[in-house]
Design a protein around this ligand. Structure first.
Ligand SMILES: NC(=O)c1ccc[n+]([C@@H]2O[C@H](COP(=O)([O-])OP(=O)(O)OC[C@H]3O[C@@H](n4cnc5c(N)ncnc54)[C@H](O)[C@@H]3O)[C@@H](O)[C@H]2O)c1
Length: 271
C-alpha cells in the first residue's frame, strides 16, 4: 500500500545487491511512496548483482561508488544532485562487510589489516558519506540519513565477530555526526537496529540459521523482515519523524527487551 509519504523527495540509496537486500526492498518501497533516487554500490558489486533491474523498475540512475573512497563519494554526491535536480532529502547507508567473517577467522585470531578493511567498509564509510554530504551542503533542510545496524553493538553474539565492534562504531558516528548535521542543517541521523534477515551479508555470518530461529522464538512479534525494515525506513525518511535524531532504533519484533519467552523455555523444558 502506498501513502505518498515521500512525494517529491530525492535520495541516495547505498547497498542494493540483489532482491534479498534490505536496500533493494527499501528502494522499491521508497519508489512506491513517490520519491526519486540514485542507486549506488561498489563497482565490483555491480558486476555481481542485478541492480540494473531495480533501476529499470524504479526509473532510477545508477552511479557506482566504493563507499570507502572519498573521491568516489564526492563524484556520487555531486552527480546525484545534478541528476535528481536538487538537494538530497534522504540517504540510506546499507553497507556491511567483514573480511575476518568472510574468511572464517575467529574473533580471537583477527588479521588486523582485514579488521581495518571491514571497519572502513562498515563504519568509516558512514562518516565519509556524511562528511561529503556536509561539506558539499548537499542535504536539504529537514532531510533524513539512516544507516543499518545490529544488536551485537550492545550484546554479545560470538559469531558476529568484528562486525559487532563495527556496528558499535557506526552507531556512535550516527550520534556524533548527527549533532553537527542537526545543529547546522536541520538534518536528522539515526541507525535502525534490524532483526537477523536472510540476505547475502546476513547469511555470511556463521550460525546464522540458528540465531535467526532463536530470535524468531524470542520476539513477541517475530523477526522483522527486509520489507518491514523498508517500511520503517520510509517512516524515518518522511516528514512524520522530523524530530527523531541521534537514535539507535530497535526494529526487531521486541527481541532487544526480552529476557526469555515461553517458546524458548519450552525447548529447555522438553530436554
Ligand atoms: N542481514 C542481517 O541479518 C542484518 C541485520 C542487521 C543489520 N544488517 C545490516 O544491513 C545492511 C545491509 O545488509 P543486507 O543484509 O541487506 O546485505 P547485502 O549483502 O544485501 O548488502 C550489503 C551491501 O554492502 C555493499 N558493500 C560492500 N562493500 C561496499 C563498499 N566498499 N562500497 C559500497 N558498498 C559496499 C554490498 O555490495 C551490498 O550491496 C548492512 O549494514 C548490514 O550489516 C543486516
Amino acid at each position: 500500500m502506498s501513502y505518498g509519504l515521500l512525494k517529491e523527495k530525492r535520495g541516495i540509496i547505498f547497498g542494493a545487491l540483489d532482491e534479498n537486500s534490505i536496500a533493494w526492498k527499501t528502494a522499491e518501497r521508497v519508489h512506491e511512496e513517490g520519491a526519486s533516487f540514485v542507486l549506488t554500490n561498489a563497482p565490483i558489486a555491480m558486476r555481481m548483482g542485478t541492480i540494473n533491474q531495480l533501476a529499470e523498475k524504479t526509473g532510477s540512475t545508477i552511479i557506482p561508488a566504493d563507499a570507502t573512497s572519498l573521491e568516489d563519494l564526492e563524484h556520487l554526491v555531486n552527480e546525484s544532485v545534478k541528476v535528481l535536480g536538487g538537494k538530497i532529502d534522504f540517504v540510506l547507508h546499507s553497507i556491511g562487510m567483514s573480511v575476518n567473517v568472510r574468511k572464517g577467522r575467529a574473533y580471537t585470531d583477527q588479521k588486523y589489516d582485514w579488521t581495518a578493511k571491514g571497519w572502513d567498509v562498515s563504519a568509516g564509510s558512514f562518516h565519509k558519506v556524511m562528511q561529503v554530504l556536509y561539506k558539499q551542503d548537499a542535504m536539504r533542510e529537514w532531510g533524513s540519513i539512516v544507516a543499518l545496524s545490529y544488536m551485537a553493538a550492545q550484546r554479545v553474539f560470538p559469531d558476529y565477530n568484528d562486525m559487532a565492534d563495527n556496528k558499535a562504531f557506526l552507531e556512535s558516528i550516527a550520534r556524533s555526526f548527527g549533532y553537527f548535521f542537526g545543529r547546522d542543517k536541520n538534518v536528522r541521523v539515526n541507525t535502525i537496529s534490524q532483526s537477523p534477515t536472510p540476505t547475502t551479508a546476513g547469511k555470511g555470518v556463521k550460525g546464522f540459521d540458528g540465531f535467526i530461529s532463536y530470535a524468531e522464538k524470542m520476539s513477541p512479534l517475530g523477526n522483522a523482515s527486509a520489507l518491514d525494515c523498508a517500511n520503517y525506513t520510509v517512516s524515518l525518511f518522511s516528514d512524520l519523524t522530523r524530530k527523531v535524531t541521534l537514535q539507535n532504533l530497535f526494529h526487531d519484533g521486541g527481541f532487544s527487551n526480552m529476557g526469555v519467552s515461553d517458546a524458548v523455555m519450552q525447548v529447555f523444558e522438553e530436554e
